[in-house]
Design a protein around this ligand. Structure first.
Ligand SMILES: [Zn+2]
Length: 341
């Protein structure tokens, strides 16, 4: 019988802190966790811990095969988050300094995240910036940060929230959009506040239709007519906001207008057959490329999610999406207020 992999997810959103601080926290928690596993003689149980810090948050994932280990792992990760020694902080600072001294993104990647400078007041290059904080201050900050951690447990297709962050936003965030252009690339960032998991899926489907396949809007309305190859969308969550990030190659293209690629009413004019084709294509795409683990990480960022739900059930919402849902969602984007970065 195939064994299920169980997971514990720990997520910390950046809020007003510099992302460097969260990155350092991620390193310290992981190091601490590994040491405690050894101390408790659990290091041979096939437990894997991974951390990833992006612009808005750090996420730590612990994968383990034996469900019976759950409560012990939960207690170890809680300890690992709460007692981070000054010594550990001192040891990790040069490591993270070394890590971020290599800027491992190219022009294309820099451009695709450019819109976030206008929509989230953030910059991808912040990930490569060091902050000079005394260890004591870092230690204080760390004990404060623990209060904002979200902990979820994922096993057997069910996600359970163990700990909710105490900083859940109550106010709706403004939708926004921004464009950035240089001689090689143009990027468009569409920011949409996400109310619940169904809206998360609608946003994803929109990103899919705009630029994730050979059958996409960008392919048909821009790449093919211009004999271009490079153009695609990415879908990311930044706090509770979805971002549809579009990047296209515009080298040697004299004139380009977003409205030509994405005119008003583009979705309401879709035939039911074409919509069905896109929706079924989206389901296949999600099945192929969106792991349940990655989905959990995104879902945790949504402001208002239930304490417990099944991933399968969540994904079945895809079948309830209509052309009207898409058009309504898309109309939230006000291209007339498009910001230029
Ligand atoms: Zn790192």
């Amino acid at each position: 019988m195939k064994k299920m992999i169980n997971e514990i997810v720990v997520q910390l959103q950046k809020e007003d802190n510099h992302i460097w601080l969260l990155h350092l926290w991620e390193h310290c928690v992981i190091r601490n966790f590994e040491r405690k596993l050894l101390e408790q003689d659990l290091d041979d149980q096939g437990i894997i811990i991974n951390g990833r810090t992006f612009l808005d948050a750090t996420t730590i994932e612990i994968f383990y095969p034996e469900i019976s280990l759950k409560s012990r792992i939960l207690s170890i990760i809680t300890q690992a988050m709460t007692d981070i020694s000054s010594n550990l902080i001192e040891n990790e600072i040069p490591i993270i300094t070394d890590e971020i001294s290599y800027i491992d993104i190219d022009d294309e990647e820099k451009t695709i995240y450019d819109g976030l400078r206008a929509t989230e007041n953030d910059n991808i290059l912040n990930l490569y910036e060091s902050i000079d904080f005394p260890v004591e201050k870092i230690s204080d900050k760390f004990s404060e940060l623990v209060n904002y951690v979200k902990v979820a447990e994922f096993s057997d297709d069910k996600l359970d929230l163990k700990e909710r962050s105490s900083s859940v936003r109550t106010k709706r965030v403004e939708d926004d959009c921004a464009v950035s252009k240089n001689s090689n690339f143009l990027s468009l960032d569409i920011k949409l506040w996400i109310k619940d998991t169904r809206e998360y899926l609608i946003g994803y489907f929109l990103a899919f239709m705009i630029g994730m396949t050979e059958d996409s809007i960008v392919q048909k309305r821009y790449l093919s007519p211009n004999n271009k190859y490079l153009g695609y969308t990415q879908y990311i969550m930044y706090n509770g906001n979805a971002h549809i990030l579009l990047l296209i190659d515009v080298k040697n293209i004299d004139r380009i207008s977003i409205m030509d690629i994405l005119p008003n009413g583009i979705f309401s004019n879709m035939s039911p057959k074409n919509f069905r084709r896109q929706l079924n294509g989206f389901k296949t795409y999600i099945g192929l490329y969106l792991s349940k683990y990655d989905l959990c990480k995104d879902i945790l960022k949504i402001d208002d999610i239930p304490n417990s739900f099944s991933i399968e059930h969540l994904l079945s919402d895809i079948d309830t999406i209509t052309i009207d849902d898409i058009q309504e969602f898309y109309e939230r984007v006000k291209f007339s207020d498009l910001k230029k970065v």
